[in-house]
Design a binder for this molecule. Structure first.
Ligand SMILES: Cc1cc2nc3c(=O)[nH]c(=O)nc-3n(C[C@H](O)[C@H](O)[C@H](O)COP(=O)(O)OP(=O)(O)OC[C@H]3O[C@@H](n4cnc5c(N)ncnc54)[C@H](O)[C@@H]3O)c2cc1C
Length: 416
């Protein structure tokens, strides 16, 4: 690409910023224009439900890069600006300012949007979501000791927020429609452990509950369930998952399947258009449908790969997907992707507050969920990537570290 060329990045979040700097690191000398709807420069979202919400992390520690690094790398950052449409035939994007901007390559890094709750009262003041820094500011102001907080949705953000609200001295209730929290992504053992730890610290968790409406005049004052239960509420967090922000791709007739369909390098079906991060779905071995992974690691990796692919450079090796969550003093770390036929093994004693759930198939580790067990996590990530076989009895023996299991030739035994 020559120095007159222009790469436009839609979305000034993690994937957008990673891609912009990776393009410069890769030697790209043309124009890079990053357009972001939010008023803030690219920032880290994980602390929004953790340290930032607790007031333990200052706002200026959220920025992914110092403000001056964009100018230093000649990355044009247009904040508070939305891309409203893409025109693939003309290779340009339309902005809400009325401006039209041409591109040689386009990266869609638009992330996801909080799924909306469509019940009466969902629009009342005090009913919030937690996706952005502005949302976190609003919620932080509402976390006042003695207040009643109701969280609709026992997913990661909901459970992290519950922990933070409980630590702030609020009376917290989590409403989950399934029979257990985090049922879509965690084993029964880990999800029950988390629920019981929340309950032990005073969080009330109501599973199989269905919210029918939210009461209040202007401000929320209660959440009503289908069985008639009325829960007083000063603050409500709606945290029922995210949907990919794929409207631009849909409008531009690019393939979309609950996310922008991309390959490993972030290519769409248009050689000039790439996508990365939470807005994408891609194929993974063993899965029939494309998957949408929402994590820091995935967005970072995919953005770097898309940048390399735009420059025609090697895109690096595959990495095992991983994710983390912090709730109270519990560190949850997960790696790999488990499939329905996998066997679950528990390593360590959940009562000790430190254990892992290992998924294996034909004696190969496919995934792990670790509770306060960072050493298991670090070793298992490598074991999953190496796809070697290990004797299940050794994987479950808490007296032998997974690191030793991995390094010891003795245990890499032939499987009968
Ligand atoms: C509260 C919270 C806690 C989290 N905790 C963890 C965690 O513990 N561990 C972990 O691995 N992950 C965590 N995540 C997920 C992680 O932050 C995301 O996976 C990551 O931010 C995805 O990066 P992204 O660039 O794809 O999307 P985003 O970071 O969402 O950025 C997308 C940006 O694009 C902008 N945009 C969208 N459409 C347009 C448009 N048309 N024009 C202009 N701009 C547009 C959006 O406003 C947004 O700023 C958390 C997320 C949240 C919200």
């Amino acid at each position: 690409m020559n120095t007159d060329s222009c790469i436009v990045i839609v979305g000034a979040g993690l994937a957008g910023a990673e891609a912009a700097f990776a393009l410069r690191d890769g030697g790209y000398e043309g124009r890079i224009v990053m357009i972001g709807r939010e008023a803030w420069p690219p920032y880290e979202r994980p602390p929004l439900s953790k340290a930032f919400l607790k007031g333990e992390l200052a706002r200026d520690r959220l920025w992914l890069r110092p403000a001056k690094s964009y100018a230093d790398e000649n990355i044009e950052l247009h904040l508070g600006t939305e891309v409203t449409a893409i025109d693939r035939a003309q290779r340009c994007v339309h902005l809400d300012t009325g401006a039209v901007l041409g591109y040689d390559k386009l990266l869609l890094a638009t992330g996801g949007e909080a799924r909306l709750l469509t019940i009466p009262g969902a629009e009342l003041d005090g009913v919030c979501e937690l996706k952005s820094l502005d949302d976190a500011d609003r919620l932080r102001a509402g976390l006042v000791e003695g207040r009643s907080v109701v969280i609709i949705g026992g997913g990661y953000v909901g459970m992290e927020f519950a922990a933070t609200a409980c630590q702030a001295g609020c009376a917290v209730t989590v409403l989950e429609s399934q029979s257990r929290v985090l049922s879509r992504s965690l084993s029964v053992v880990v999800s029950w452990y988390l629920q019981s730890e929340h309950e032990r610290r005073g969080v009330r968790v109501l599973t199989q509950s269905s919210v029918v409406h939210i009461e209040g005049d202007e401000c929320v004052n209660a959440v009503v369930l289908s069985d008639g239960t009325r829960l007083p509420a000063d603050l409500v967090l709606v945290s029922i998952g995210n949907e990919a922000s794929d409207a631009l791709a849909r409008g531009g007739s690019l393939p979309v399947n609950r996310g922008i369909v991309v390959d490993r390098e972030g290519h769409t079906t248009d050689p000039h258009v790439f996508a990365a991060g939470d807005c994408t779905v891609s194929r993974y071995e063993g899965f029939d449908a494309p998957l949408r992974l929402e994590s820091v690691q995935h967005a970072t990796l995919q953005a770097r790969r898309a940048a390399a692919a735009m420059l025609g450079q090697p895109t690096g090796r595959d990495e095992v997907p991983w994710f983390w969550s912090d709730q109270f003093d519990i560190k949850l770390q997960m790696a790999g992707l488990s499939l329905p036929g996998d066997t679950e093994l528990v390593r360590g004693d959940p009562c000790s507050g430190r254990f892992s759930v290992i998924y294996q198939n034909a004696n190969r580790l496919t995934a792990i969920q670790c509770v306060n067990a960072s050493a298991d996590f670090a070793a298992a990530k490598k074991m999953i990537a190496e796809r070697r076989r290990f004797a299940p009895a050794l994987l479950c023996d808490p007296l032998v570290s997974l690191r030793d299991v991995r390094l010891s030739r003795m245990v890499d035994e032939p499987i009968r």
